[in-house]
Write a protein that binds this ligand. Structure first.
Ligand SMILES: *[C@@H]1O[C@H](CO)[C@@H](O)[C@H](O)[C@H]1NC(C)=O
Ligand SMILES: *[C@@H]1O[C@H](CO)[C@@H](O)[C@H](O)[C@H]1NC(C)=O
Ligand SMILES: *[C@@H]1O[C@H](CO)[C@@H](O)[C@H](O)[C@H]1NC(C)=O
Ligand SMILES: *[C@@H]1O[C@H](CO)[C@@H](O)[C@H](O)[C@H]1NC(C)=O
Length: 494
């Protein structure tokens, strides 16, 4: 099946309240689509809203809509539409992260780190010291309230269910068979992407498929008019009731529920937008219960686990919830856009939010002028991982280096270099909170259209070339390259 057909399947999957996950994935004759559900709300509208991205800068009263105290120009904080909010905060939440370290006053740019001579094709100018930013202007105060932990252990229980109309023995499957691809691959990928900081562990209940009380069709996953929150909630409660209190969910952060491979009616994966209480009394906050459908099982699709768990840790969807194609905003960069993109490692912006990258790994350019920076690829630990250039109260121009290492080993050549993008912390899932800047808009890129071709060659690669003008008051020029590192000059005139 060719991409055109996959595109049409994708388009047909965009039902009200449901948006297709990035991408039609080709596997022989099939075209697989993952879908994340965001409900047209069935529960009372929350008294406050939670977008995936917390409006910057976060007031001390978390859900206040007051104007950011530090901004010279008061940008009104948009009130997120609850319909667009996949995970309304439950009324009771517990914080997993409490404090955000202040931005260091001694700036991480170390002039002695910058090469001055050999192995650089272009002469590298002396680095200029980066101005010390005001603490509040650099890092958004991301709100991790109720989110799954992103460093240290993150434990996900995995329950397999089956149905009267789709019993697992009909397919001759065992829970071990279905668990096999999930056993180490998602954990290894997280370990790699987080530089060893996230210890992801799936705790599977392998003793049986827990039998659901109703037929698979009754839960509405494949309904033409979309699954409702009520249906999804019933599915989760039925699964938990089937397990009963025989299992203690103490110490479990996230709950996964998976159906047999081949249960056609459960044809999408979705995370639940309300809090859930297990029979043993354990609480799962909104977004931390994820149900997996048939889309989990084709060869290589296990990365769906990393995408969905990314939401549990607070990351937004980077593909549009409105038409335009799943690759519209970020092409094949970051698996919160396209799960199977050519360069699927998370943006430095996301790694920063998850505390895989710390403030000291980011150069902040909060003052106008020309500064020089040395960037090392995001796929490997060490060095400076990003340049963050605030351009307004919520917006940033970001720069990072993509290479073909680690999680991006399958990247196309054109997908490497200095990747520029904007972020807007006022925008959440589906609204384009991150947008890649295509420095080569005239070229057709690399990879298939579904896999983000046009944007896949977005990175800047021209060493010693003209400054690239982002037209946001920021110009970027590559002045040198040493090994995997790029020496980058930033001209800020905001
Ligand atoms: C689910 O099964 C129970 C028990 O057979 C039945 O009473 C109920 O109506 C069913 N619900 C749906 C939505 O099919
Ligand atoms: C699930 O199946 C229904 C019914 O065949 C179909 O309309 C829908 O597009 C499918 N969803 C996905 C994501 O494949
Ligand atoms: C699920 O079923 C498909 C089709 O039979 C098969 O190709 C795939 O390997 C199965 N996946 C798992 C994890 O068993
Ligand atoms: C701030 O910058 C971001 C990123 O370029 C942009 O999306 C947003 O519209 C800007 N906001 C305002 C109020 O200009």
């Amino acid at each position: 099946m060719r991409s055109a057909l996959c595109s049409s399947i994708l388009a047909s999957a965009l039902l009200p309240g449901v948006s297709a996950l990035p991408l039609a994935h080709h596997d022989g004759d099939s075209c697989y689509v993952v879908v994340t559900t965001h409900y047209v709300t069935v529960d009372p509208v929350p008294t406050h809203t939670s977008s995936d991205e917390t409006p910057y800068p976060l007031p001390t009263v978390i859900h206040s809509t007051s104007v950011p105290p530090d901004s010279e120009t008061p940008y009104p904080i948009p009130t997120p539409d609850p319909d667009d909010t996949p995970y309304p905060l439950p009324t009771v939440t517990h914080s997993t992260e409490t404090s955000i370290p202040p931005y260091p006053t001694d700036h991480p740019t170390d002039p002695t780190d910058v090469p001055t001579d050999e192995s650089t094709s272009e002469p590298v100018p002396e680095p200029t010291p980066t101005p010390t930013p005001e603490p509040a202007t650099c890092r958004p105060a991301w709100d991790n309230t109720g989110k799954a932990p992103s460093t240290g252990p993150l434990r996900a229980a995995l329950i397999f269910v089956d149905f009267p109309d789709s019993p697992a023995d009909q397919f001759g499957q065992s829970t071990e068979d279905l668990y096999a691809p999930l056993k180490s691959q998602p954990a290894d990928l997280y370990s790699q992407m987080s530089y060893g900081k996230l210890e992801f562990e799936i705790v599977p209940l392998l003793d049986q498929f827990y039998r659901m009380p109703n037929d698979s069709v009754s839960y509405g996953f494949a309904d033409d008019d979309g699954m409702t929150g009520e249906e999804h909630g019933r599915y989760i409660n039925d699964a938990l009731a089937a397990v009963g209190d025989s299992f203690s969910f103490q110490g479990i952060d996230v709950l996964f529920i998976a159906s047999p491979n081949g249960t056609e009616e459960i044809n999408r994966s979705a995370s639940y937008s309300n809090a859930v209480t297990a029979p043993d009394g354990s609480e799962f906050t909104a977004g931390n219960v994820i149900t997996y459908g048939n889309d989990l099982y084709p060869e290589g699709e296990w990365q769906t686990v990393n995408h969905e768990t990314g939401h549990a840790m607070g990351l937004p969807d980077l593909y549009p919830y409105s038409p335009g194609g799943n690759a519209l905003f970020v092409g094949g960069f970051d698996m919160m856009g396209l799960v199977w993109g050519q360069s699927p490692d998370l943006f430095a912006w996301h790694k920063w939010r998850l505390n895989w990258i710390e403030d000291g790994d980011v150069n902040c350019v909060a003052e106008n002028g020309v500064t020089t920076h040395r960037l090392s690829p995001i796929e490997v630990a060490g060095g400076t991982k990003a340049i963050a250039i605030p351009v307004n109260a919520t917006g940033y121009v970001m720069a990072e280096v993509r290479s073909k290492q680690g999680a991006n080993s399958e990247a196309c050549d054109e997908g490497t270099g200095v990747l520029l993008y904007t972020t807007d912390s006022a925008l959440g899932s589906g609204d384009g909170p991150v947008r890649v800047i295509d420095t080569k808009p005239e070229t057709s890129g690399c990879g298939s259209e579904d896999n983000g071709a046009l944007l896949n060659d977005a990175p800047l690669t021209d060493v010693g070339g003209e400054p690239f003008d982002t037209e946001l008051g920021v110009k970027i020029r590559i002045v040198g390259q040493e090994g995997d590192d790029y020496i980058v000059e930033v001209e800020r005139e905001v």
